[in-house]
Design a protein around this ligand. Structure first.
Ligand SMILES: Nc1nc2c(ncn2[C@@H]2O[C@H](COP(=O)(O)OP(=O)(O)OP(=O)(O)O)[C@@H](O)[C@H]2O)c(=O)[nH]1
Ligand SMILES: [Mg+2]
Length: 243
């Protein structure tokens, strides 16, 4: 309340009148209140963000496009999501993460993110800025690692990207290799699986659209796997509660 106003009245001030003192005191009180509220609001905002992210992670598959710069991530992002993000034949055409929700048949809603490209020997000052934009990558359910299949150094670029992923702690996120730009190679669109039947690589052309249906199917498969894991986690929780 403002009862302190009464107590302060009576001319305690040596310089200036009592009113001036009072204004100063009020300012301090209001200042600390504002600081407290700001802190609380910030706390709430963070909590909301965390909850939203958890919700997003639980209910929809999140897919991040990663890869060497100029591999065609943004072109593929646009092709998959019907977005119109800037794709250009220059280094670092994309400087921040862009996210779109898309509906994939058999998978439901999927959140797809385009990210900045990786490059060899990135200047240290840039590394920090890039790390921040790539932070979300760590939380993705699946990484689509886009490779320029027409590049003579595609293997080295792939390794480079994997090294950066490891650096940012995203090397444990399930990865799907996407060999892009096959229109500039003799390669045909297709899906390659490992001994366990898991999809290892999809060959596509983001430009012509070749292989994109297979890529969508691959994403749907990943979504089903996530759903299965989620089901298992729920069973586990139920088991722990009732026994
Ligand atoms: N021929 C061919 N060119 C492609 C294909 N996909 C992308 N490109 C071209 O490759 C260049 C780079 O494409 P982007 O989509 O901007 O590449 P990015 O990986 O997003 O690049 P950064 O954002 O700089 O990391 C552009 O000129 C695209 O038109 C493809 O499938 N075939
Ligand atoms: Mg881009």
């Amino acid at each position: 309340g403002w009862s302190h106003l009464e107590r302060q009245r009576g001319g305690l001030g040596k310089t200036g009148g009592p009113g001036e003192k009072q204004i100063e005191l009020d300012r301090r009180l209001i200042g600390s209140r504002v600081r407290l509220l700001r802190g609380k609001l910030e706390q709430l905002r963070r909590r909301r963000q965390v909850q939203r992210r958890a919700r997003v992670r639980r209910e929809v598959l999140s897919v991040s496009l990663v890869g060497y710069t100029n591999a065609g991530k943004t072109t593929l992002f646009n092709a998959l999501t019907n977005a119109r993000a800037l794709a250009a034949d220059r280094l670092f055409a994309t400087l921040d993460t862009t996210t779109r929700r898309v509906w994939v048949p058999d998978a439901g809603e999927v959140v797809v993110s385009d990210t900045v490209g990786f490059i060899r020997d990135l200047p240290h000052t840039l590394v920090a800025a890039f790390r921040a934009t790539l932070e979300e990558t760590v939380h993705a359910d699946v990484l689509l690692h886009v490779v320029d299949a027409a590049s003579p150094v595609r293997e080295a670029q792939t390794e480079q990207v994997n090294a950066v992923l490891k650096e940012i702690g995203a090397d444990q996120v399930p990865q799907l290799l996407v060999w892009n730009k096959i229109d500039r190679t003799p390669l045909l669109p297709g899906v390659e699986r490992d001994e366990c039947g898991s999809i290892r690589r999809v060959r596509v052309s983001a430009r012509t659209g070749a292989g994109l249906e297979m890529l969508r199917d691959a994403i749907a498969e990943a979504a089903k796997r996530k759903g299965a894991t989620r089901g298992a986690a729920i069973d586990q929780a139920h088991f722990l509660q009732t026994h």
